[in-house]
Design a protein around this ligand. Structure first.
Ligand code: SF4
Ligand code: SF4
Length: 180
């Protein structure tokens, strides 16, 4: 039984000889494929190739050193205070005699952690820091399999030492392009 009278009988035309050979459709499809070979590719071979980020991109945090390789952070806590996500924790320690080549000021961060699951990459920690000790780089926080892996410790955040590893330092600073 018909529910409406809008149904329409469609006549199936008999196929021509060329259509039976499927040749026009095959050549049409190949034409479309070949035309794409000469077009600019919209995709890139990530991660070998990477797209340049915007100059204002805010990525993974870096704890900075001075030109002599000494840690700049004095564990003043201003970054943690400015952080709206309460993602930063630290413990301060006093610099001992003989540690002047390691830490720039009398106080330093013995422990410094950022919880990347809380961080919203707002950059307020960078703005709050009076010592140019923390900044947001142009790399991502890496993927991880468990939540603990997203708590970045001081060792993960510290920039390579410019005295012992100038290339790593320059790469982290973004003054030479990343190779991967
Ligand atoms: S970028 Fe923003 S949310 Fe992330 S640690 Fe810094 S202040 Fe906190
Ligand atoms: S990173 Fe800067 S603001 Fe944060 S504790 Fe260190 S010196 Fe202070």
């Amino acid at each position: 039984m018909q529910l409406t009278n809008r149904n329409k009988q469609v006549e199936r035309k008999p196929m021509t000889f060329a259509e039976k050979m499927y040749l026009p459709s095959i050549f049409k499809g190949m034409g479309i494929t070949f035309s794409h070979m000469f077009k600019k590719k919209p995709t890139i071979n990530y991660p070998e190739q990477q797209r340049p980020f915007s100059a204002v991109f805010r990525g993974l945090h870096i704890l900075n050193r001075d030109e002599e390789g000494r840690e700049r952070c004095t564990a003043c806590g201003l970054c943690a205070l400015a952080c709206p996500a309460e993602a930063i924790t630290m413990e301060a320690a006093e610099r001992q005699v003989g540690e002047e080549h390691l830490y720039r000021e009398e106080k330093y961060a013995a422990k410094y952690e950022i919880n990347m699951l809380r961080c919203i990459f707002c950059g307020l920690c960078e703005e709050a820091c009076p010592k140019d000790a923390i900044y947001l780089s142009q790399t991502f926080a890496q993927a991880n399999y468990d939540r603990k892996g997203f708590i970045y410790k001081k060792e993960d955040l510290l920039i390579p030492n410019p005295v012992t590893d100038p290339e790593g330092f320059a790469k982290a600073k973004g003054t030479i392009p990343q190779s991967k």
